[in-house]
Design a protein around this ligand. Sequence first.
Ligand code: ZN
Length: 131
Amino acid sequence: MKNCPLCNPKNENIIYKDSFLRVILVDEIPGFIRIITQKHIKEFSDLSDEEAIKITLLIKKIEKIMIETLNPDKINIASLGNMVPHLHFHLIPRYKNDPYWPGATFCDKKREFNYPNIDLKTLIQRIKDIF
Ligand SMILES: [Zn+2]
């Protein structure tokens, strides 16, 4: 798709990619991971059963790694696609008193927050080790 930013990515920090999906580190929030299908599909139900299982298990594995390496108070998993209707999942480590807590991270900032020292190197390596 010509006008889709996920079909035409720029400056992505790619942790892993294959023909089905890619996993990227998103700069906006420390430890923010996004999983994006390589195909331009709109809905989760557009995946085959096999693809749906594969991506669901990957989300579960990455969430576990995020919990173990980032020590968050909560992981948020979101798939919206209202602005970019190309299937993708946000996995966001959340901390009580982070700038948006307890709202979603696309809400207005409520406060300043110093994120704890996050070991991104270990996070990235452990995600690579899944594959
Ligand atoms: Zn797309």
